[in-house]
Design a protein around this ligand. Structure first.
Ligand code: GDP
Ligand code: MG
Length: 162
């Protein structure tokens, strides 16, 4: 089964997106530092296709002393294993230095990379997501993991990239 990996710095909404896509309502999202009880693997069925989804943020403990090192590890795992990479950025905050660092590594990925502009809960935020094209990665998808808007078109693109 194809493996699709979610990457991104903490707090951009990776776990929320994972839950939304897997419809895993029993999954728990924690804001608290050091708490990683999130489910990290799940199956997604869409448009007659099935893929495995992994939340790589959940693979690396948030308590990791060296935050940047932990994220680097997360991205390296992804580059080795994934068939498609979902790079999540928070459009409410905008692009941070850490996002830029992740993007720099992902530019070398051989797999398709889909850029997710998450927290695009309204029209203004959806427009602001256009700045993510400047990352120089793949196509940008503005969506809201919380309210579900944009996730259907996004899933269409994911299965097309498989
Ligand atoms: P992670 O650290 O990347 O896994 O991020 P989480 O999924 O734990 O989410 C971090 C915070 O962002 C939580 O407070 C979520 O409720 C919030 N969040 C996630 N997705 C959205 C969204 O689409 N819109 C808004 N407004 N908040 C979101
Ligand atoms: Mg998480």
């Amino acid at each position: 089964m194809p493996l699709v990996a979610i990457v991104g710095r903490p707090n951009v909404g990776k776990s929320t997106l994972f839950n939304r896509l897997t419809e895993a309502r029993q999954a728990i999202v924690h804001d608290e530092a050091g708490v990683t009880r999130d489910r990290i693997y799940g199956d997604v069925e869409w448009g007659g296709r099935v893929f495995d989804l992994v939340d790589t943020g959940g693979l690396v403990p948030r308590s990791a002393e060296r935050f940047e090192a932990a994220i680097r590890e997360q991205v390296m795992l992804t580059l080795e294993e994934a068939d498609v990479i979902l790079f999540v950025v928070d459009v409410e905050t905008g692009i941070t230095d850490l996002d830029q660092e992740v993007a720099q590594v992902l530019r070398r990925a051989e797999q398709p990379v889909l850029v997710v502009g998450n927290k695009a809960d309204n029209d203004l935020r959806r427009m602001e997501a256009a700045e993510l094209w400047s990352l120089g990665l793949g196509d940008v998808f503005a969506l809201s993991a919380i309210n579900g808007s944009g996730t259907g078109d996004f899933l269409d693109a994911v299965i097309e990239a498989l």
